[in-house]
Structure formats: structure tokens, C-alpha cells
Design a binder for this molecule. Structure first.
Ligand code: PGA
Length: 250
């Protein structure tokens, strides 16, 4: 079954690096059999370049890594959902743990961003996940449940649309310590059940749930083979096109 693999470039690359990456990557996808759907979450600066590079390809999801919920106004330094739409970008990561941790993004702010994106038929990729301490205390299910319930506050079933959820345990991000397949599957299954409770069986069955946290071309299949995991959000291993391409092949 086709999965969805999204590269998260985070704060990496200069203009030239992007040009080189795209050249190598586009060449590799011509030469190799790609088995999965894929996408890129890239810095704002490079959105148009990356979007243009994939204009001939269907189904490649190009997303920003954040977006502001006000359309316009006196919000120095922000980029709004409507500015993204204006350059044909209809997706963004929302609530990545690095934004929650370093930029004080709260559940309330995340909720406003999700609402505004969904209202505008965009695809938010909502990131959730617990810290090491929370997992050690066995609070991880409650933490993730609360993050989802807060992010989806006032979002009715008709509006959930194409929302994607990425489960990324914080202790597994960029650490090389990935979650076991069993732990990742257990949480993604739990999220699915919770969405069933919150909305309906149709929503819970159809929603794309990704796992993220030290996924690479060697361990990817242990996650992708799990029934409740529909793909991966990949940081470090997405920064080298020769490595990232391997994640897109079975
Ligand atoms: P990682 O990052 O693959 O480097 O652990 C994942 C993420 O933060 O999305």
C-alpha cells in the first residue's frame, strides 16, 4: 500500500543547496521506481522554488513549516495562511514540537491555526507527541489525547477535511533513538480510536496518521508495515536526496 513520506527540512539549506538538492532528487525519481507518495515541508523562502520544481508531478505535497492564522495586519514577521494560498501552497506543519518548545506555541494558538487552515480547505499537518518524562510517567496517551482535543476544539466533522496527524514523540526527534514499532503503532492506533470517538468511524479510518522521530531508510519499513501508520515525517534523513529517495521505495 502506498504511504505518505514527508521531508521536514527544518531550518536548513541556502538557495544553492536547494537548487542542487532538487536537481539530484528530480534526476533520481526519473531513474528509480517510487512506491510511495511524498512531500516536502520547507522554509518559507524556498516554497515557490520547490513548488515549481514539482509542477509536472501530481500528488507531491509542498508544505510550509508554520503559518499564521490572521489573514493580514500588524503582525510583524509572520506569514499568513492566505499568503501561502496566494502562492498555491495549501499545506503546513502545525504545532511541531520545536515550535511548541522554542516559540511558545500553545494549544490555543495551534487550534486557531488549524481552524483557519481547515476553513480555507488547506491541509494542516498537526504534530503531536509526548516528552521522555511524560512517557516515563506513563502519561503519554493523555498528553497526546489532550493535544489533539485542544487542536481540534471547535472543529466539526464537516471541517476536518484533509487534516493529517503526525505522531512524533519528542524524545525520538533528531536523537537517533526511534520509538519501537510497537510503541509507534500503539499510539497511532490510539489516536485513530480517539478520532472515532471525537468524530466518526469514517474520519478515523480515512485520516492519514504519520510517525516521525529518527526515521531513516533502514528502519522505515518497521513503521510503514504497521496497520495504523500511513507514512512518516522525516527530518535528518530527508536532507540528503540520495537518502530521502530510499525512503520512497519499498
Ligand atoms: P528527525 O525529525 O527525523 O530528524 O527525527 C523528525 C521531525 O522533527 O519531523
Amino acid at each position: 500500500m502506498k504511504k505518505l513520506i514527508i521531508a521536514n527540512w527544518k531550518l536548513n539549506f541556502k538557495k544553492n543547496d536547494v537548487t542542487n538538492y532538487l536537481k539530484v532528487f528530480l534526476n533520481l525519481i526519473e531513474k528509480n521506481k517510487i512506491d510511495h507518495n511524498y512531500g516536502f515541508a520547507v522554509p518559507f523562502l524556498f516554497l515557490e522554488t520547490v513548488k515549481a520544481a514539482f509542477k509536472e508531478k501530481e500528488n507531491v505535497l509542498i508544505a510550509s513549516q508554520n503559518c499564521f492564522y490572521k489573514e493580514s495586519g500588524a503582525y510583524t514577521g509572520e506569514i499568513s495562511y492566505s499568503q501561502l494560498l496566494d502562492i498555491n501552497i495549501n499545506s503546513s506543519l502545525i504545532g511541531h514540537s520545536e515550535r511548541r518548545e522554542y516559540f511558545n506555541e500553545t494549544d490555543d494558538i495551534i487550534n486557531l491555526k488549524i481552524i483557519e487552515m481547515l476553513k480555507n480547505k488547506m491541509v494542516p499537518i498537526l504534530c503531536v507527541g509526548e516528552s521522555k518524562i511524560q512517557r516515563d510517567k506513563k502519561n503519554h496517551f493523555d498528553i497526546v489525547k489532550n493535544q489533539i482535543s485542544a487542536a481540534l476544539n471547535n472543529v466539526s466533522e464537516n471541517y476536518v477535511g484533509k487534516l493529517i496527524i503526525a505522531y512524533e514523540p519528542i524524545w525520538a526527534i533528531g536523537t537517533g533513538i526511534s520509538a519501537t514499532a510497537a510503541d509507534a503503532e500503539e499510539m497511532c492506533g490510539y489516536i485513530r480510536k480517539y478520532l472515532n470517538k471525537l468524530y466518526s468511524e469514517t474520519i478515523s479510518k480515512n485520516i492519514i496518521i504519520l510517525y516521525g522521530g529518527s526515521v531513516n531508510d533502514e528502519n522505515k519499513n518497521v513503521y510503514l508495515n504497521q496497520p495504523n501508520i500511513n507514512g512518516a515525517l522525516v527530518g535528518g534523513a530527508s536532507l540528503v536526496p540520495e537518502k530521502f529517495i530510499k525512503l520512497l521505495m519499498e
